[in-house]
Write a protein that binds this ligand. Structure first.
Ligand code: ACO
Length: 431
């Protein structure tokens, strides 16, 4: 994992140099270890948006944005999407290996045993306005879960960390479903441990108090697929937030809440909601060119939502899988989805356009995910909660890895100060 390669950084003004070791991972660009830079040269590095900075060592997820590759613990996302279940992927992310049959059964059972939340937590929801944004509620309720687990959340204990992982993954479906039930004026539903993880979530979302609930297996599989594809994605903004909060030794539930707050933004998890709003605004295939022109106009802040990615400069591998799943789902459920038609045509036009080709702007995972959620009757405002439900597996796996890291220390980026030079306070009367 390390090499004898090094990079010498010389300050031309003083002639002083520092030799920085180059570290090699299993895959990906080697990294320059600049930890001695400040001590030796009295300088920091400048990297707005951390586009060139590796913030940690991680063995969970690898992605190659140029080649469009995504691996979880070494397994290609295409294989996991085809053969695995969300629960199994969670096990893989948290434990590092695929489970055998007994381990998988134990894991599934353990997640079910943690599916309930304290009854008082249900009352927390009623503090929100009926039309509160679901991500605002989710940020709050996940943070509130911390208040029930002061005990048994010793972040230095591996046993407690695994218990926390089971709690987070086990409780998220119920926490998310309650947001929908509260907004819809429906009673909360307790989990039914006779159902699978994903089906149970749908049951808690959609079952009617007076009717038996039978889930549509096509819908369950589509949701399972989306959750697998969203389970983890390396050191993105929300995951880095979870790690930064975790580095301060905060409650892991609060760290996940911080991740949810970051995911909410439309440049990140909020994109799936923004895509559907944009497709609705386009309204008709004949209006697409006008929107593409707006996206290219530097004087117009409009961007094509669901296009572009900080890391993928090739087709997002998850978008490929989702595009097909979206097509299959709409066909199998006999749904006429005009937005899907607009999306496919928009994709075709954009991918042939010089502006998008030059900038390597391809559809990302969220270009199609919103259409699947819509076909599953999930309200648009809930889309990012669905993302958070799946991503909490990755967040807690990344948090666990951070807690085990022998190089663990509080995260503390530096800055280039460009403000006023020191000056004296002027009394109010003299200003
Ligand atoms: N529409 C039009 N132009 C775009 C788009 C877009 N969606 N995305 C990037 N560009 C242009 C930029 O204007 C810029 O052009 P320039 O070189 O002429 O100035 C160039 O492409 C590079 O863009 P950056 O902003 O530097 O790319 P960055 O890596 O910082 O941003 C981001 C990535 C935030 C995802 C951006 O592509 C975007 O805003 N996309 C739309 C929102 C979206 O879909 N977000 C979801 C991301 S995936 C996820 O979180 C799951």
């Amino acid at each position: 994992m390390s090499s004898t390669r090094s990079v010498t950084i010389t300050d031309n003004a003083t002639g002083k140099s520092v030799e920085c070791p180059v570290l090699e991972g299993e895959y990906g660009a080697p990294v320059i270890d600049i930890r001695t830079l400040y001590r030796e040269l009295g300088m920091f590095t400048f990297d707005v948006g951390y586009g060139s900075t590796a913030s940690c060592r991680s063995a969970i997820t690898y992605l190659d944005g140029e080649e469009g590759i995504l691996l979880h613990r070494g397994y290609p996302i295409e294989q996991l999407a085809e053969h695995s279940s969300f629960v199994e992927v969670c096990y893989l992310l948290v434990h590092g290996e695929l489970p055998d049959a007994a381990q998988l059964a134990d894991w599934e059972h353990a997640l079910k045993m943690h599916g309930m939340t304290h009854e008082h937590l249900s009352r927390f929801y009623s503090g929100y306005r009926y039309d509160a944004h679901p991500m605002s509620v989710l940020t709050g309720v996940v943070g509130a879960v911390a208040s029930y687990y002061h005990a048994n959340t010793d972040i230095a204990s591996e046993e407690d960390r695994m218990l926390t992982a089971r709690r987070v993954i086990g409780k998220m479906p119920g926490l998310v479903a309650k947001i929908y039930r509260y907004a819809s004026g429906l009673p909360f539903v307790y989990p039914d441990n006779g159902r699978s993880y994903v089906e149970n979530f749908m049951y808690m979302m959609y079952s009617w108090p007076t009717e038996p609930y039978v889930a549509n297996p096509v819908a369950v599989r589509a949701l399972e697929l989306l959750m697998i594809l969203h389970a983890d994605h390396e050191q993105n903004a929300s995951t880095s937030t979870v790690r930064l909060a975790g580095s301060a030794e905060s409650s892991p539930f609060a760290c996940v809440a911080a991740g949810i707050a970051t995911l909410w933004g439309k440049s990140h998890g909020g994109a799936n909601e923004a895509v559907v709003q944009m497709l609705e605004e386009i309204g008709d295939v004949k209006n697409i060119r006008q929107f593409v022109d707006r996206a290219k106009d530097k004087d117009d802040p409009f961007r094509l939502m669901g296009f572009g990615h900080r890391v993928y400069k090739n087709y997002d591998p998850r978008a490929k899988i989702i595009r097909k799943a979206c097509h299959d789902l709409l066909e199998e459920m006999h749904l006429n989805q005009p937005l899907f038609e607009i999306a496919m045509e928009l994709e075709r036009i954009a991918l042939e356009d010089e502006y998008f080709i030059e900038r390597k702007l391809y559809p990302n995972v969220d270009f199609y995910s919103g259409l699947i959620y819509q076909a599953l009757n999930i309200p648009t405002a809930m889309f990012t909660c669905m993302f958070a439900l799946a991503r909490s597996a990755g967040w807690i796996a990344q948090w666990t890895e951070l807690m085990r890291d022998p190089e663990f220390r509080i995260g503390r980026p530096r800055q280039l100060y460009v403000g006023a030079a020191q000056r004296d306070y002027v009394p109010l009367a003299e200003r």
